[in-house]
Write a protein that binds this ligand. Structure first.
Ligand SMILES: *Cc1c(COP(=O)(O)O)cnc(C)c1O
Length: 357
């Protein structure tokens, strides 16, 4: 069997969820959209179900997958419905539903629903992606309150720059949110992972941690909560071939790396078809048999090369950690010019093996 695989540590996941709730001092919806950021939504939901206050996903397809697997906890649809004909299923399965646009509000008023809906009314407090404009927010809220089709309402918004700890934008967004919702004494939800970790003074009844559950930091600098996260996914494989090369020899496609001395090169069964970022350059950290090393040359579809020159004893069959408990996914992502969110979501082809149930 090809040795590439992703080990998923569910006890680390539970640790990170508890840390999120403790850091926030609030109820926490575990964000498990996009197949739990590549970790497997059903397994992640099952591992968290006894402790989680609920889950959040991007769309009804993802929510239905959870219900079909027997998950009974609350599930929030972060973008609500895309078409009004989803409403009967939303009611049937008791999904909580974001309303981010006035057309969704119209659709709810016009729908015939057998049970009132739980709505999370989203404001655009300055990210300018989705959300009700602040000047329309009070009237949207009143329309929900007046509708017999609506049960509970939570007020929410989303921060654009909470990962930038020295930016004033998060506080500006908070001020806009607070002034537009003045007098509406209902529950609120503002913080994603960087909000939970870096903005303890932002009020929230509910938080929405995603990336931190998987043990990766959203910050590009050290941070106290980030230090206590535990990596959930370990992407690993093995050395399947060893090359001894003199100085001056090109390695891999395009000869993007040329040996600068006598070198030992390990070829690893892992490539961009597994989700390892092709953009990762020479020098991107890896671990071989528990020792730090580096990527060499261009990542291919099914293979990549690592430096074994200074890892004596390493060779055919050596275990290689691409990211995990020792090589931080956030460091690999930064080296490849992207973010840990994307490298997790890109995971494919490799089997996921679960432990810590
Ligand atoms: C994805 C998402 C989150 C989770 O964000 P993280 O940065 O991964 O914690 C929270 N809220 C909303 C609205 C989202 O779309």
């Amino acid at each position: 069997m090809r040795p590439a695989r992703a080990l998923i540590d569910l006890s680390a996941l539970r640790h990170n969820y508890q840390l999120a709730r403790e850091a926030a001092g609030a109820k926490a919806l575990a964000v498990i959209k996009a197949d739990a950021y590549g970790h497997g939504a059903v397994r992640v939901a099952q591992a968290l179900e006894t402790e989680a206050d609920g889950f959040a996903v991007a769309c009804i397809e993802e929510a239905l997958e959870l219900r079909q697997a027997g998950i009974k906890a609350p599930v929030l649809l972060l973008e609500g419905f895309f078409e009004a004909d989803e409403l009967p299923l939303i009611v049937e399965h008791d999904f909580w539903c974001v309303v981010h646009s006035l057309w969704q509000l119209d659709a709810i008023e016009q729908a015939s629903v057998s049970k009132p809906l739980n709505i999370w009314l989203k404001m655009d407090s300055g990210m300018h992606r989705v959300g009700i404009h602040p000047t329309d927010f009070q009237s949207a809220y009143q329309r929900l309150q007046a509708s017999a089709k609506v049960a509970n309402v939570v007020l929410m918004s989303h921060f654009a720059r909470a990962d930038e700890l020295d930016s004033s934008r998060t506080e500006e967004q908070l001020a806009i949110f607070q002034s537009a919702r003045e007098g509406l004494g209902t529950q609120i939800s503002l913080r994603n992972s960087p909000g939970v970790m870096g903005w303890p003074n932002v009020p929230s009844d509910w938080v929405r941690p995603g990336i931190m559950l998987y043990g990766a930091t959203p910050f590009d600098q050290p941070q106290s909560v980030a230090d206590r996260l535990q990596a959930v996914m370990t992407l690993e494989s093995k050395v399947i071939c060893v090359r001894e090369l003199p100085a001056g020899e090109p390695v891999g496609y395009g000869g993007a790396f040329v040996t600068d001395r006598n070198m030992r090169i390990g070829v690893v069964a892992m490539g961009y078809a597994d989700g390892y970022p092709r953009q990762a350059p020479t020098g991107t950290p890896v671990m071989v048999d528990g020792r730090p090393s580096r990527l060499l040359g261009r990542v291919s579809m099914d293979m990549l090369c690592v430096d074994l020159t200074d890892v004596p004893g390493a060779g055919l069959g050596s275990r290689v950690e691409l990211w995990g408990k020792n090589v931080l996914a956030s460091d690999v992502a930064a080296s490849a010019g992207t973010i840990p969110y994307q490298i997790f979501c890109n995971l494919k082809r490799v089997p996921r093996l679960y432990s810590g149930d």
